[in-house]
Design a protein around this ligand. Structure first.
Ligand code: PMP
Length: 427
């Protein structure tokens, strides 16, 4: 059976895949089984900050695999201690503690459980547990039941039944302070937001919106939860994504979730919880709220996962890849804005987190796009792929560039030339 038939016969059809079969990667390049090479500006959707097969990651992986790959969380795992220390001290910069998961959705589930627990211990005036979490239009938090319903997008949770009131998800318009204020009720326990929404097309929270969300959390004793699964570890030019919007210490979340870049492609996620006294009880600390037996996962924070995480995050820090992301991101945005291309409406850029808002009306006039029946972003991403550039569509009208953070100026210029050629060809 040809591999395409084997895939169609035995693998579920839940992904709309391009018919490209990558088999090898090195640095910012990937090769398919026909030997065609691609410049990878998708990085597995923001997953490979060091590119493919980075020697430091491979070394760490081999060394740890030879030593001890997995051991249960019944025992103490040194790599967890070291990686958590690195995350607390060098990524968040605020005292707290971490939990290790295997994915972004699972990290968010942990934060949602933290909020539930907080609502139990800090109930409404009538004694009922607070449970509602406010999340935002355009958000994406993952595909598990809790994370899916926290995702305020019909296209993600539609067709999976009604949102059980017991799950306590409340939606408000992103970047609308009045809507957020109106969404808060006595049963609200947390606000969950992505400082920079990736799946909806690189849309950053405004500084005022971030400030307002934090102020409302303090005012109503809500947990301020940031989903940094896509925007952290230098992607937006800072280790903590929110600092690319408001630098310094003004924003101080209660919890932050991570995945993607933390493991260079090895499944690893985590969330951090602030070390602060909980309201009304100076003795109990928020970061200890999920005590023994309240939460867990078999693989989370295995010695192998942590070794890869340490190598990855350590290299981002040691090689100042935040600086490279800022510098090359600005270069790319300046070049594309300079084209004033009729097919690009807007460039949204923070570090190497870049979204191109397409002129969908103009693209819709293109015969090939009409014949394909596809949204403009999917069609353009395919045209770029054919030209040798991997990118990621976001919604129907945005193309994202999420290259490795260690790309060179030559890589950036090559990608720019490829995209310019494809766009010109569509005119
Ligand atoms: N949150 C955000 C902001 C994401 O971008 C994603 C993945 N695109 C997730 C959560 C879910 O992560 P995972 O697919 O690892 O569960």
């Amino acid at each position: 059976m040809p591999p395409a038939d084997t895939l169609a016969t035995y693998v579920m059809p839940n992904y709309g895949r391009y018919d490209v079969w990558p088999v090898r990667g090195e640095g910012s390049r990937v090769w398919d089984r026909e030997g065609k090479s691609y410049l990878d500006f998708a990085s597995g959707v923001s997953v490979c900050p060091l590119g493919h097969s980075h020697p430091v990651v491979i070394e760490a992986m081999i060394k740890q695999a030879r030593t001890l790959m997995h051991v249960s969380n019944w025992y103490c795992i040194e790599g967890q201690a070291e990686l958590a220390k690195m995350l607390v001290e060098n990524v968040v910069g605020i005292p707290g503690k971490c939990f290790f998961s295997n994915s972004g959705a699972e990290a968010n589930e942990g934060m949602l459980k933290l909020a539930r627990r907080y609502g139990h211990t800090r109930p409404c005036a009538d004694g009922k547990a607070r449970r509602d979490v406010v999340s935002f239009t355009g958000s994406f938090h993952g595909r598990t039941l809790g994370a899916m319903f926290a995702t305020a997008q019909e296209k993600i949770h539609g067709g999976f039944g009604f949102i059980p009131a017991e799950l306590g998800h409340v939606y408000a318009t992103f970047n609308d302070i009045a809507a957020l204020e109106a969404a808060i009720t006595p049963s609200t326990v947390a606000i969950l937001l992505e400082p920079i929404q990736g799946e909806s097309g690189v849309n950053a929270a405004t500084p005022d919106f971030l400030r307002a969300a934090q102020r409302l959390c303090r005012q109503h004793d809500l947990l301020f939860l940031l989903d940094e699964v896509q925007c952290s570890f230098g992607r937006a030019g800072e280790m903590a994504g929110w600092r690319s919007i408001i630098p310094g210490d003004e924003i101080s979340p209660d919890a932050v979730s991570w995945a993607k870049a933390i493991g260079s492609g090895y499944p690893l996620g985590a969330f951090w919880v602030k070390d602060r006294a909980m309201s009304g009880d100076a003795q109990s600390h928020l970061c200890d709220l999920l005590g023994p037996g309240t939460h867990g996962t078999t693989y989370g924070g295995s010695p192998l996962a942590c070794a890869v995480g340490l190598a990855t995050v350590g290299t981002i820090l040691n090689e100042d890849l935040c600086g490279n992301a800022k510098h090359l991101g600005q270069h790319i945005a300046a070049v594309v804005r300079g084209w004033q291309h009729p097919l690009i409406r807007e460039v949204r850029q923070l570090g190497l987190f870049i979204g191109y808002e397409l002129n969908t009306e103009r693209l819709a006039q293109h015969a090939g796009l009409q014949a394909s029946g596809k949204p403009a972003s999917i069609y353009l991403a395919k045209a770029l792929l054919d030209a040798g550039l991997m990118t990621v569509p976001a919604g129907p009208s945005v193309i994202r560039w999420l290259p490795p953070l260690n790309i060179t100026l030559a890589d950036a210029d090559e990608a720019l030339a490829l995209m310019k050629g494809v766009l010109d060809g569509l005119m």
